[in-house]
Write a protein that binds this ligand. Structure first.
Ligand code: ACO
Length: 311
């Protein structure tokens, strides 16, 4: 049974009210938001790595400028999200420490390598496409700062998705070698993209409570289905083949039947055993260590300013 405070909180949620940082909230609500928003922030930052890999090798100056802008956008998303999580009482330094020592996660998708330029297209099209599918409903999430951060993030993600699709269009209509590269990128990114929505509803530990709190608006399987339904016609338009022989339109449900990803692989990646986990965390650890002098400088400056104000 809910305590009177918890009941009053649930009533506000049910009435569609936004919860703001100074409002009373159950400890579980605060904790799960720090977890979800913090993991989301980490994903934006770690997500810069696979794409950053291609900045120096983009095929034209224009593509390079676009990719640079996109990767910078991801940094911005990470910063809004860390700020939103900080309003719940956990500092960005603490969250970073938890990421580095494995107590916090980031999206499984960023543990896969970017082997060719077509992978940059596939990431924009599929990975940002999946991110939008998940994040558009989060604009209506119950926690105010998170919902507001999502508005700008979703606008920028739509641009990212289009630039990815545009790369795929060029590749798919290019030479045979380019078309093969595009198909290969789709083959490698299809199932990892489906995994982004999280485990099946049966396996999802947080869904029921988080939907009651309107932290989550849709279940993992609902969003995965919507993503498949949206993406299959886009693949057909490109003349590419989704790597799923069981894929077929189901008139009755008004959506595609499709093969589940390999959930063993998903749980292995979550445990740290994906193709690039060690490399990604290594890069974050190095950036954190290399930035120590700068953080020290900032705090020394802040202390000096404070001392001057006190004097
Ligand atoms: N990658 C890594 N971990 C995942 C993933 C994934 N794709 N999906 C689920 N998990 C983890 C959950 O974090 C949870 O572990 P935890 O308790 O240690 O945190 C566990 O698997 C069980 O999953 P659920 O109970 O279904 O977790 P949850 O309700 O949090 O749902 C989801 C997962 C859908 C990813 C949710 O957290 C969410 O909507 N997050 C916000 C969006 C986001 O983080 N996007 C990042 C990628 S997109 C991008 O930024 C470009």
């Amino acid at each position: 049974a809910l305590s009177p405070e918890e009941q009053a909180f649930q009533d506000r949620i049910d009435a569609g009210e936004r919860i703001e940082p100074r409002d009373w909230m159950p400890e579980g609500y605060r904790k799960t938001l720090i977890r979800q928003i913090g993991q989301h922030a980490h994903s934006e930052i770690v997500g810069q790595l696979p794409e950053g890999n291609w900045i120096t090798r983009a095929p034209t100056l224009e593509r390079k400028a676009i990719l640079l802008a996109k990767v910078q956008d991801e940094a911005g998303h990470g910063l809004y999200l860390y700020s939103a999580a900080e309003t719940l009482g956990e500092s960005r330094d603490e969250m970073t420490q938890k990421l580095l020592d494995g107590r916090m996660k980031y999206s499984s998708i960023f543990n896969y390598p970017t082997l060719t330029w077509a992978d940059i297209g596939a990431i924009g099209w599929l990975v940002d496409g999946a991110a939008i599918m998940n994040q558009v409903p989060l604009q209506r999430t119950s926690y105010g700062p998170y919902a507001r951060a999502m508005v700008r993030i979703c606008k920028e993600e739509s641009f990212h998705q289009r630039q990815g699709y545009h790369i795929m269009m060029k590749m798919a209509r290019g030479t045979d070698a380019q078309r093969e590269m595009a198909q290969d990128a789709l083959n490698r990114f299809w199932y990892p993209s489906l995994m982004m929505f999280g485990p099946s509803d049966k396996e999802s530990v947080h869904s029921a409570q988080n939907m009651a709190w309107k932290i989550k608006i849709n279940t993992n399987d609902e969003l995965r289905q919507k993503f498949v339904d949206q993406t299959v016609p886009q693949a057909e338009f490109l003349g590419l083949t989704v790597p799923d022989e069981t894929l077929c339109w189901n008139e009755e449900k008004g959506g595609y039947d499709f093969a589940e990803p390999d959930w063993n692989e998903f749980f292995e990646v979550l445990k740290g055993n994906g193709p690039c986990n060690a490399e990604r965390i290594g890069a974050r650890q190095k950036a954190w260590d290399d930035g120590a002098w700068f953080r020290d400088g900032l705090s020394a400056y802040a202390d000096k300013q404070q001392a001057r104000r006190m004097a």
